[in-house]
Design a protein around this ligand. Structure first.
Ligand code: NAP
Length: 336
């Protein structure tokens, strides 16, 4: 069966997923797209073999030629389209964050629970990265002993001066580490703090950059996440789990290290599209395979909710200058 996919939001990652669904992932075709910028949607549709540009995102969700929906519009608009897809009984892939507030995420969770089956996959692609997967296998095997600490680094070359805020460094950027740590440890975050080091001269005036997120899990693991989004030199993602008797850290992604002229060098990826290309392919492949069965797998609406709730607590901790306990709603059996 070919899954007919409708895409809402044809910006950077919407176009990337459209290309992936057309040329890389088997078993899918893009049949409809929409964007608030109608010209952008038309241009994307024109470059795809079977897609029409429709006026609104809700038209895409309702379209009879759409079996499953991919939501890649901006974060605050996700909830409306995901709820409409659940209402229509269509599998839906929603880019992170599921929604910008914990309450909005909970509305999605409750709608899915009311529907009685999983339809939502959230775009936490780290879970599909070979390195993170190998690390989780080591942690789950017990080979490191009981996990004690996790050290994470999330550095971007730069972010747009306009539109990217200090809050987004947590809710849009650090949220990847929040989800990855929950998944790696199989543990929920119980409390958070934040620190703001000296502001980098590379950051625009309005942006706190870097920022440090400190997480404590229910089992007592302490996690530090450095988010520095104007580091200038590359897209640098690091993660090290420290257990009682061993450590595991992500290997570099370069296929080769060069030793020459007295130096040992390896390239650092320039962008997240390079660093996580295979992970994006894998997550979309799993989504298409699940959608063909009318179902969903991978990171769930509950994971989207928990990550957003932790991110919101981080902002409260940062702005209040204090440690904040994270209180999650009761986890529905659907997400056991
Ligand atoms: P983007 O380039 O700004 O694209 C978003 C597109 O959606 C824009 O064309 C935007 O139009 C459009 N849009 C906004 N509201 C809409 C609505 N109500 N209906 C239809 N279209 C609408 O942003 P992006 O970088 O692709 O990011 C999109 C989402 O993906 C965000 O949630 C982001 O956090 C996520 N993302 C995830 C990853 C990852 O690693 N998993 C990476 C990048 C992005 P306007 O520009 O006119 O508003």
């Amino acid at each position: 069966m070919t899954v007919r996919v409708g895409i809402v939001g044809t910006g950077m990652i919407g176009r990337d997923h459209a290309r992936r669904l057309t040329g890389t992932v088997a078993g899918a075709e893009v049949t409809a797209v929409a964007d608030v910028d109608a010209g952008r949607a038309r241009a994307v549709a024109a470059g795809l073999p079977a897609a029409r540009a429709l006026p609104r995102g809700l038209d895409v969700v309702a379209d009879a030629a759409v079996d499953a929906v991919l939501v890649t519009s901006s974060g605050p608009t996700h909830e409306e389209f995901v709820l409409a897809a659940i209402e229509a009984g269509k599998p839906v892939f929603c880019e992170k964050p599921l929604a910008p507030t914990a309450d909005a995420c909970l509305r999605v969770v409750r709608a899915e629970v009311a529907r009685g089956r999983r339809l939502v996959q959230v775009g936490f692609m780290r879970r599909y990265d070979d390195g993170y997967r190998a690390m989780k296998e080591v942690v789950d095997s017990g080979g490191l002993g009981t996990p004690l600490m996790v050290h994470c680094v999330h550095r971007n070359v730069s972010v747009p001066v306009a539109g990217y805020t200090s809050d987004m460094a947590v809710t849009d950027t650090g949220v990847h580490e929040i989800d990855a740590v929950r998944w790696l440890l199989g543990d929920e975050i119980a409390a958070v703090e934040m620190r703001a080091p000296r502001r980098s001269g590379r950051a625009p005036e309005h942006l706190r950059d870097p920022q440090i997120i400190l997480l404590e899990t229910r089992e007592g693991v302490h996690v530090d996440v450095e988010v520095y989004v104007n580091c200038g030199y590359g897209y640098d993602i690091r993660c090290e789990v420290v257990g009682e008797s061993g450590t595991a850290d992500l290997a570099g992604t370069a296929p080769v290290t060069v030793r020459a002229g007295g130096h040992r060098t390896a390239p650092v990826p320039a962008h997240w599209t390079d660093r996580f290309a295979r992970a994006y392919d894998a997550e979309v492949r799993e989504w298409v395979d699940s959608a063909a069965r009318g179902a969903a797998a991978g990171p769930s609406a509950w994971d989207g909710y928990a990550a957003t709730a932790v991110a919101a607590a981080c902002l409260e901790a940062r702005d209040g200058g204090r440690r904040v306990a994270v209180t999650l709603a009761e986890r529905p059996a659907l997400y056991a």
